[in-house]
Write a protein that binds this ligand. Structure first.
Ligand SMILES: [Ca+2]
Ligand SMILES: [Ca+2]
Ligand SMILES: [Ca+2]
Length: 444
């Protein structure tokens, strides 16, 4: 496919599988050395052109890493006690409800040093740094910075109600060499009463990071109360950076709602290095556009169909009476949905006999790459250790599928720095206690 080079100050975009291999997360580096020899042995055969997907042997688990909330919190420098949670106690680091509900890797500024991780924990996001490659290999946290407090100071007229449910890398938006983040949150105005207080509005914070992972500056993109949803309805959102949709060199965001609608927010630089978000391709409905109880998971796939525009996948646990599906959205340059392909038993290349993950209502998905240029979606169910990797052809149909098993039942599922052309990939899930983040790396 034709690739348009971004402006020189722009870092490669995240999420769309467009990052170069040298940006492999540090925690993968040690695993890759082990994997290199084995990769030749397990190189997948050329994709079958069969209209019906075939199964291939299980993906091999390369290794497991853990990060604990305790070490992340205790390395976060002097912090006041923000709150006491009755059922979990107080103190500086009260046990979290869920550590690691969203995770992305954050490349080191100007490529110097190991990548950091941005990790959602309850209502905050920590940028966790290892400092050195040796520290990263040993999993020693050198420094971590919680982001929420600084944002509260930058936007004093807003009360942040929830923070960090959506987390995405947007490349280096302000061109200072340090990677920047988009974080989904909900806010309400200070002093709001009645309906305005009860119904917080969705926002996306675009956060310019310093090299040490702290907040340099931030911008806010406010989503209107009926953004993608009928007026007066209960509206929830999911967000992912899907890559550069309009080809201007800046990452763009796909926002999905619980009304099976999507919109793309195009990020544009402003004069002072900040960004503004412009909604494009608004309210592109898929799968009938009806209400479902939750916003879906959104995953960036990179360019599936080779038209130069990144594509995305969305899970739909409620599809056809909870039969469940993954919907691949092939995007147009204006952010609208050009074509949708529904992956479910008997559709999208999957045989009717395909054993879908148990309880598709718990289905989560993430995107990535497999050998060659085939895009991959992984699907799993909360409460089960089983995953299935779906390898997509250029028509977005499943060409092959591959099972994998992780050593524990999944509590949630997120991907971590899936890299174009890499033969290993990581996913994360919260540990059973909610205090540990587990990182599983697979060899494809
Ligand atoms: Ca930056
Ligand atoms: Ca763009
Ligand atoms: Ca495309």
């Amino acid at each position: 496919m034709a690739v348009t080079l971004p402006p020189p100050h722009c870092r490669p975009l995240s999420g769309g599988g467009a990052a170069p291999r040298r940006r492999l997360p540090s925690l993968l580096v040690s695993l890759l050395a082990t994997a290199a020899a084995a990769a030749v042995a397990v190189a997948a055969p050329a994709a079958a052109q069969s209209p019906v997907a075939e199964g291939v042997p299980a993906a091999r688990l390369l290794g497991t890493r853990s990060i604990t909330y305790d070490e992340v919190c205790s390395e976060s420098g002097p912090q006041p006690v923000l709150r006491t949670i009755p059922e979990r106690g107080g103190g500086r680091c009260p046990p979290p409800e869920l550590f690691g509900s969203a995770v992305v890797s954050v490349p080191a500024a100007n490529g110097r040093g190991p990548a950091a991780l941005a990790i959602s924990v309850d209502d905050d996001v920590y940028v966790v740094q290892y400092g050195t490659f040796a520290g990263a290999a040993a999993g020693r946290v050198a420094k971590s910075v919680p982001l929420r407090r600084r944002l509260s100071r930058l936007f004093p007229k807003d009360i942040i109600v929830s923070f960090g449910e959506g987390l995405a890398r947007v490349g280096d938006v302000d061109g200072d060499g340090a990677a920047d983040l988009a974080i989904y949150a909900t806010v309400r105005p200070v002093g709001a009463r009645g309906e305005a207080a009860r119904r917080p509005t969705g926002v996306v914070f675009i956060i310019m990071l310093n090299a040490d992972g702290s907040v340099k500056d931030a911008d806010i993109i406010r989503l209107s109360a009926t953004f993608g949803c009928p007026p007066g309805s209960a509206c929830t959102y999911a967000m992912e950076a899907v890559g550069d949709v309009n080809g201007d060199g800046y990452a763009d965001l796909l926002i999905a709602t619980n009304w099976r609608s999507t919109a793309v927010v195009l990020l544009h630089p402003k004069a002072n290095g900040m960004v503004r978000g412009v909604v494009s391709g608004r309210n592109a409905w898929y799968a009938g556009g009806k209400f479902v109880p939750d916003a879906p998971s959104v995953v960036a796939l990179g360019d599936v169909d080779g038209d130069g525009i990144p594509d995305a996948a969305i899970n739909d646990p409620y599809y056809k009476g909870n039969k469940g599906a993954v919907v691949v959205l092939l995007l147009a340059k204006d952010g609208s949905v050009k074509k949708e392909v529904t992956l479910t038993p008997g559709s999208g290349g999957l045989p009717a006999s395909f054993k879908a993950p148990k309880n598709w209502a718990g289905l989560l998905a993430f995107g990535g790459v497999s050998p060659g240029t085939q895009k991959t979606v992984a699907v799993g169910s909360v409460g089960s250790p089983n995953l299935t990797f779906l390898y997509l052809g250029r028509n977005a149909y499943v060409q092959r599928y591959r099972p994998a098993v992780v050593p524990q039942a999944l509590q949630n599922l997120d991907s971590l720095a899936l890299e174009e052309g890499a033969f290993a990939s990581s996913l994360t899930t919260a540990g059973p206690s909610g205090k540990v983040l587990k990182i599983f790396s697979f060899l494809f």
